[in-house]
Write a protein that binds this ligand. Structure first.
Ligand SMILES: [Fe+2]
Length: 331
């Protein structure tokens, strides 16, 4: 498996975004990244009979309107449908990595992608919230686009693309200022990219969404009751993000896997998280949640250097992986 081609570019030992991190939006100078430590945290085999059963309910949802001024989608292999069937035939054995909630942290993203490459992964799927709030929104979006992978639109991607703010009363008011800063950094082309993304991606036996099926602001938490998750009417492996709290749980209709966050987690462990899915033939997916270590001082320094709004909160999340207030609210 390790010898199979991988969609993730080979690491060069230098950051793709060195010059941007040194003070510009693009360029080619580089900064050496520290070594990446990894640890396997959890592994579980899903039971039999987990094939998708009712994905058609998601495929019936309306497609977003294309934007004529956008660049051709073929250049990025980006889907336009609300849900996107997996293209082509499946390999006899397959590995897929699903990551989510990068939130403009290209440093943690690079660490995750370095490890993914070592796994001999066939495909990468991103479950949304790629740009907002972090110190390097442009770099994170550009790196994801360079992979040509399937990407889901998260709620903050939608806020950025549509120019809307988070729902009033549910967020820290400074978050809106942070969104405006991220939007100004991204520019029209990247915002159009985020706006075109589907709200879900379907693969054989898998459904990938940002929050919950049909709702990008409703998280699936470790505390969410089984019946509430099963009521979404899916079957197989349901993968999501949004809450920044990774977990996996077997249910009567399959398995739910919250892949956590490749930007900053909120489960007390500050190492970014993602999910590895493996299966042979048409068998059930075996899902493993993984954690990756990296140098947290890099995004913290860049948050300060760029004077990113809401940086005190983001720095707290990156450093502690805990909420700043007792109330449970999604980022
Ligand atoms: Fe989100």
């Amino acid at each position: 498996m390790a010898d199979r081609p991988c969609p993730v570019p080979a690491p060069t030992g230098r950051s793709t975004y060195g010059p941007a991190l040194a003070g510009t939006a693009s360029g080619s100078a580089a900064t050496q990244r520290p070594g990446v430590g990894t640890q396997l945290l959890a592994s579980s085999a899903t039971g039999a009979g987990l094939e998708a059963r009712r994905f058609e309910m998601f495929e019936a949802q309306p497609e977003p309107s294309p934007q004529p001024e956008s660049e051709p989608l073929s250049s990025q292999a980006q889907p336009t449908a609300s849900t996107t069937p997996w293209p082509g035939a499946l390999a006899a054995a397959e590995r897929i990595c699903v990551l989510s909630d990068i939130h403009g942290n290209v440093y943690s993203l690079e660490a995750v992608l370095r490890e993914i490459r070592t796994l001999g992964c066939d495909r990468v799927v991103v479950a949304g919230d790629t740009a907002a709030h972090g110190p390097t929104p442009c770099e994170a979006v550009d790196l994801i686009r360079s992979l040509g992978c399937l990407v889901v639109r998260g709620n903050t991607d939608r806020y950025l693309a549509e120019g809307t703010a988070p729902p009033p009363g549910t967020r820290d008011p400074e978050q809106a200022v942070s969104l405006e800063w991220s939007r100004a950094q991204l520019g029209q082309d990247r915002l159009q990219f985020l706006g075109r993304l589907p709200h879900a991606v379907t693969l054989p036996g898998c459904l990938v969404v940002h929050g919950a099926p049909g709702d990008d602001e409703r998280g699936i938490w470790p505390e969410t009751p089984d019946a509430e998750i099963e009521a979404y009417g899916w079957g197989g492996t349901l993968l999501c993000g949004h809450t920044h709290r990774p977990f996996q749980r077997a249910l009567s209709c399959g398995e739910v896997v919250n892949v956590g966050s490749a930007g900053w987690t909120l489960d007390g462990d500050p190492r970014p998280s993602y999910a590895l899915l493996e299966r042979v033939g048409a068998g059930p997916w075996r899902t493993t949640l993984r954690r990756v270590d990296y140098d947290h001082s890099l995004p913290l320094e860049e948050l300060e250097r760029r004077q990113v709004p809401w940086r005190a909160a983001v720095s707290h999340y990156i450093t502690t992986a805990t909420w700043r207030t007792p109330a449970r609210t999604s980022p």
